[in-house]
Design a protein around this ligand. Structure first.
Ligand SMILES: O=c1[nH]c(=O)c2[nH]c(=O)[nH]c2[nH]1
Length: 313
């Protein structure tokens, strides 16, 4: 036991729920609704794991308090964009505590949509549409040997649980055939997935953190995901979930120079036509109208896509 060494460590507070409201003088109000995870690392925390020595431990309770303190004291524009708020919390921690060598802050955003009546946005009422959830993670690390003056920042953002379905223009044919292949060619099928998409920001762009259009990049990633799924003919001419994934990511990389790579995980949630031949009814292939969605298992297609200089294939 006493011979064991710590290979890595990080501790802090998870699921800190904090809401910031911005009230403009004309009655227009904004809301940011976050769940924050803040974790600290540093060699000097070693004795708290191995020797029961808490002298240098910044209590997770204090870390939680810091999240609320910064949500109140930072200017609104540094709180309302999750990438910026996460970076502010992380840099506050590494700057305030000399023995903290790295701080990682993950923020999950509860996306409140503004209500609209008679084509007009409501100044202060919101609703929750869908289950899709935006998140970001900022990691700020001191140079080695630690010095608060040299910090490196990395930010990854994304969304998950964006559910989509289309009733045609998807196929899966000409795949590997052997004695274990029972699936027939599917020239036209229902395609449904629950999208997880994440993108890593190039490190240079983070030196101008305040100027980065994080919200527009999030909306653009979502728009490209939906547009490629619904409208890009390449996604059904050479069809598979793999192709759809590649096209979605390629579009995002083309639109945003600030992004280094894009990762998707796309479950292929199967909707199989229900075989009614025993009832004398045709419901397969081009006659399919009634489907049985399968909760489990699903296909699961993943890839990380980057620009050519970084590619592996
Ligand atoms: O788009 C698909 N990709 C696959 O790899 C696959 N495998 C499968 O059974 N159905 C599908 N669909």
């Amino acid at each position: 036991m006493e011979n064991s060494i710590i290979k890595s460590q990080a501790y802090g507070k998870n699921l800190v729920r904090v809401v910031r409201v911005v009230r403009h003088p004309d009655g227009w109000q904004e809301i940011a609704d976050y769940s924050v995870r803040c974790l600290l690392s540093g060699e000097e925390f070693g004795p708290s794991y191995t020797k029961g020595d808490n002298k240098l431990v910044v209590a997770t309770d204090s870390q939680k308090n810091t999240v609320f303190y910064l949500a109140k004291t930072l200017p609104a524009e540094k709180v309302m964009v999750p990438e910026v708020f996460a970076s502010e919390i992380a840099s506050f921690m590494v700057n305030k505590y000399s023995h903290v060598s790295s701080c990682q802050v993950k923020i999950i955003t509860k996306p409140w949509e503004r209500m609209r009546f008679d084509n007009k946005s409501h100044p202060h009422s919101f609703f929750r549409e869908g289950k899709e959830t935006r998140w970001t993670e900022a990691v700020i690390t001191k140079a080695n040997p630690p010095s608060a003056a040299k910090l490196s920042t990395s930010i990854t953002s994304g969304f998950y649980d964006l559910e989509v379905l289309k009733t045609t223009n998807s196929s899966f044919v000409d795949f590997w055939r052997d004695e274990l292949a029972t699936l027939p060619d599917m020239p036209d099928r229902v395609l449904s997935t629950k999208v997880l998409c994440q993108w890593k920001f190039v490190s240079d762009c983070l030196t101008t953190l305040q100027q980065q259009p994080f919200d527009a990049i999030y909306s653009g990633a979502k728009r490209n995901t939906l547009d490629a799924f619904a409208n890009d003919p390449r996604a059904w001419v050479h069809a598979s979930v793999q192709t759809t994934l590649y096209i979605m990511a390629d579009r995002i990389l083309n639109d945003f120079a600030q992004i280094d790579d894009v990762y998707y995980a796309l479950p292929n949630i199967h909707y199989f036509p229900f075989d009614m031949s025993k009832f004398g009814l045709k419901n397969l292939q081009s006659d399919a109208e009634v489907y049985m969605p399968l909760a489990d298992p699903s296909g699961y297609i993943t890839a990380t896509i980057s620009r050519p200089s970084k590619g592996k294939y």
